[in-house]
Design a protein around this ligand. Structure first.
Ligand code: SAH
Ligand code: SF4
Length: 373
């Protein structure tokens, strides 16, 4: 797509880039901070709210920038642990942002730990055979402003729900970049967005509480290791041998385990933090005890945490999750070796599966209403 949005998203600006834009108009330097404070601290929803800015400046801002580049189409609040925000972008693309609550014992839901799952692309080009996000390929990358906007939309939604949220800059506990798209294939926008999210003039959110999940772009993992902000890393392994991984993840051809694993090791050594290996269990594909033993060797060598996720069925795809006994047996092989393992048991609430499915459904409904549109 060659078209561009008419106005730059303000959520994609850094303090520096905003200063430069303002200087071009002869504005004072302190205005940049003032504007960003309206955006992130006070959550202004219109230019008119920014009452300490001169009218002419507000008018220019409105002509130059888009205050919120992702509009809320649907907030599916469920009684259980997830809220899904369906957002529409300037070109009608849909993305999903998910709030996952982990209730704490003895306290109200407003005090639950919250993890936000964000998207980095519309669709995905990686072609993993089990994944809903990649079914229609890649439509486009998200801009930094569109990535940040997802988190601001979460703030808006939470501000309405709990007093805690209004009192805080960002009322969530973790960010996982596990929504639609391969984050490291949109590297520059990702880093710019996370820099804005981390900055004290932005959402002030700690890099250590941000996890970037990748399907395994080894050179980009090495590059990520060199970033000044220390993000956490999760790697979608899903196969513990090249043979099995290669069958379900085309990326394994370019970056087989012999290239991927050293990159993960370098990342861990550089940061002194355990990486997470994600492993979705798919019946008769990667759930054998042989795979469990191969995964055990990898996890021990990398000193990595393993996250086992029973596969969530996707409409139109043949894959399913193994039964609970088989999941347990797989996990046990790892646990016995002293590896830190989590096995998610609740149905349909997995972080990963929560992302992507609402968008797929809405796109299908739209296509049915307006064929070709
Ligand atoms: N592209 C990145 C991040 C987004 S996908 C990556 O692949 O890591 C986030 C996670 O969801 C990945 O581990 C992915 O393999 C997993 N996933 C995709 N489809 C799934 C499904 N139907 N059930 C369970 N996990 C799924
Ligand atoms: Fe893309 Fe990740 Fe889905 Fe693979 S699992 S198609 S990399 S979103």
């Amino acid at each position: 797509m060659t078209q561009e949005p008419a106005r730059r998203p303000l959520t994609g600006e850094t303090l520096e880039s905003l200063r430069v834009a303002l200087a071009g108009r002869g504005e004072k330097e302190f205005r940049a901070r003032q504007i960003l404070e309206w955006v992130y601290k006070r959550r202004a929803r219109s230019w008119d709210e920014m009452t300490n800015l001169p009218k002419a400046l507000r008018a220019w801002l409105g002509e130059t920038f888009c205050l919120m580049p992702a509009s809320l189409v649907l907030n599916r609040h469920s009684a259980d642990v997830t809220d899904k925000l369906l957002l529409e972008l300037w070109d009608k693309s849909l993305i999903e942002t998910v709030i996952i609550r982990a209730p704490q014992e003895g306290v109200g839901v407003e005090h639950s730990r919250k993890t936000i799952c964000i998207s980095t692309q519309v669709g995905c080009a990686m072609g993993c055979v089990f994944c809903a996000s990649g079914l229609a390929g890649l439509r486009r990358d998200l801009s930094a402003g569109e990535i940040v906007a997802q988190l601001l939309q979460v703030c808006y939604a939470e501000d309405l729900r709990t007093p805690r949220a209004r009192a805080e800059l960002a009322s969530f506990d973790n960010i996982v970049v596990m929504g639609m798209g391969e984050p490291l294939a949109n590297y520059d926008a990702l880093i710019r967005a996370l820099t804005i999210v981390n900055a004290e003039w932005g959402l002030g959110f700690g890099a250590r509480r941000i996890t970037v999940s990748t399907s395994g772009l080894a050179p980009k993992i090495e590059r990520l290791a060199g970033e000044p902000l220390g993000f956490r890393l999760a790697v979608s392994l899903h196969g513990a041998t090249d043979e099995v991984r290669g069958r379900i993840m085309p990326v394994n051809k370019a970056y087989p385990l012999a290239k991927l694993l050293p990159a993960v090791k370098a990342f861990t050594e550089r940061h002194g933090r355990m990486a997470t290996l994600e492993f979705i269990l798919i019946e008769d594909v990667n759930d054998s005890l042989e795979q469990a033993r191969a995964l055990r060797a990898i996890a021990l060598d990398l000193h990595a945490h393993v996250n086992l996720i029973p596969y969530n069925s996707v409409e139109g795809l043949p894959w399913r999750r193994p039964d609970a006994m088989r999941q347990q047996a797989f996990a046990e092989v790892l646990r016995k070796a002293g590896i830190s393992v989590t096995l998610r048991r609740e149905k349909g609430h997995d972080i990963a599966a929560a992302c992507g499915q609402l968008r797929l459904k809405t796109e299908r409904e739209r296509a049915a209403v307006a064929p070709g549109g």
